[in-house]
Design a protein around this ligand. Structure first.
Ligand SMILES: Nc1ncnc2c1ncn2[C@@H]1O[C@H](COP(=O)(O)OP(=O)(O)OP(=O)(O)O)[C@@H](O)[C@H]1O
Ligand SMILES: [Mg+2]
Length: 113
């Protein structure tokens, strides 16, 4: 299993969601976060409201998937979020050790989707 964490521009969230749904990826956690990349938040100001000094508003998307869904999930995020501009975001792919559906106590691949 993989945990895919993506930091994207807020205005790309709807587009990313649509691309994920097309690939049958329907389980998602979304948070509002602050961050900056290597431009230190300076050159992207026109795309977002400045908050907390040079930290810009970003959206963090978390998706836990079975191995066979990992690549298509990454590709869907890229397709939905890429504009070619700095600040488009980043995707982190982590090995996921366990997943437990609390209601049923199912584990692993049974619980994840
Ligand atoms: N190495 C990192 N560690 C933690 N968070 C990061 C890292 N890189 C990027 N982020 C997060 O992702 C957001 C978007 O990053 P961004 O797309 O600006 O990356 P970048 O490396 O500066 O690439 P680009 O040159 O395309 O802008 C940042 O605001 C930050 O929240
Ligand atoms: Mg950047």
């Amino acid at each position: 299993m993989k945990l895919i964490i993506a930091i994207i521009q807020p205005d790309r969230l709807e587009s990313v969601k649509q691309e994920l749904y097309k690939e049958d990826v329907n389980l998602i956690t979304v948070s509002e976060v602050l961050g900056h990349g290597r431009q230190m938040g300076v050159t992207e100001v026109y795309r977002g409201v400045k908050e907390m000094g040079n930290l810009l508003r970003k959206i963090r998307v978390e998706i836990a998937v079975n191995e066979d869904f990992a690549e298509r999930t990454v590709k869907a995020i890229v397709k939905g979020a890429q504009t070619g501009e700095t600040g488009d975001g980043k995707i982190f792919v982590l090995d996921l050790v366990e997943c437990i559906r609390i209601r049923t106590e199912e584990r692993g691949g049974e619980a994840i989707g």
